[in-house]
Design a protein around this ligand. Structure first.
Ligand SMILES: Nc1ncnc2c1ncn2[C@@H]1O[C@H](COP(=O)(O)OP(=O)(O)OP(=O)(O)O)[C@@H](O)[C@H]1O
Length: 269
């Protein structure tokens, strides 16, 4: 379990994250949602120890996060950060093998290579193993980074995946495949915490949602209780309708038609 207790963080007197409190257990997929600048990435950096809270505590798997050695943490959780700029000429396979660094001393063995290949397959990137990473498209690079993250955590029982906007640059199919994979990981007993911009993906795949606004938790709980028309209007300033099409087992969030009409008015100017 990861237990976040009244965590706050500020930079130069400006509060970026304020009094956040939630508990995420293994087997759950948590989506962190909110408008640009709401504090989602800052919270992820606190959860992954890139930042240290000014106040409050984060307990990770029964121990205060700040008391872990870095290597120990790397063997328990993997992080897909928002920015993964790699301009050096590593091959795709070499990037994915980086996920195995915490698990070997001198050089990777057959087992490490097998896991890396499996994760390339899982992300649909098996055919790209020998390609130079910088020659890939944005969405392909993101899928390789996801494969690296999976390779790190693949054999860790009860490990955690922290994904900051994992579907950036991905086409529609791969966005859904990424969340399908994240869901599979929770079914295998991992914990997943992801920053998600697409509220429909959050509604469809998340077990729990934390909605942030101005660094604070606006709402937390099941997708149905958090992703309401009222909360979305409050957090994003956008009127939406939540509809239940006959052909889908889950509801769909669509912008209110009043908003669409407004756009049409602008276009007709
Ligand atoms: N090091 C920093 N110094 C000053 N301000 C910062 C710093 N890091 C983040 N911020 C500010 O804190 C706020 C929250 O940033 P954060 O990146 O957490 O937002 P976010 O919710 O992830 O946004 P987005 O959806 O755009 O990725 C923003 O207004 C950002 O400009």
């Amino acid at each position: 379990m990861i237990s976040v207790n009244q965590v706050s963080f500020s930079v130069k007197g400006r509060s970026l994250v304020e009094n956040i409190r939630f508990q995420a257990t293994t087997g759950e997929l948590w989506a962190i949602v909110g408008a640009n600048g709401a504090g989602k990435s800052t919270l992820m950096k606190l959860l992954t120890r890139e930042h240290t809270p000014d106040s409050g505590t984060i307990d990770f798997l029964g121990k205060d996060l700040k008391n872990y050695k870095l290597k120990e943490l790397a063997q328990l959780r993997a992080v897909l950060a928002q920015q993964n700029n790699i301009s050096l000429s590593f091959t795709v396979r070499e990037i994915v093998m980086m996920g195995r660094y915490p698990f070997y001393d001198a050089s990777p063995d057959k087992h490490d290579h097998r896991i890396a290949e499996l994760c390339l397959e899982k992300t649909g990137m098996a055919a790209f193993g020998n390609r130079l990473f910088p020659t890939l498209s944005g969405g392909e690079q993101q899928r390789v980074q996801l494969a690296r993250t999976l390779a790190q955590i693949w054999e860790v029982k009860g490990g955690y995946l922290f994904l900051d906007e994992p579907t950036t640059g991905m086409d529609l199919l791969h966005q859904y495949e990424t969340f399908q994979l994240a869901k599979e990981m929770t079914i295998k007993g991992f914990g997943v915490i992801a920053v998600v911009h697409d509220l429909n993906l959050a509604l469809q795949y998340a077990d729990k949602v934390l909605m942030m606004k101005d660094g604070k938790a606006l709402s937390a709980g099941t997708p149905e209780t958090v992703l309401t028309e009222g909360n979305i209007k409050d957090a994003f300033g956008l009127s939406v309708r939540i509809i239940q099409p006959e052909s889908t087992p889950f509801p769909v969030i669509v912008p209110d038609t009043a908003y669409k009409n407004n756009v049409e008015n602008i276009n007709s100017l």
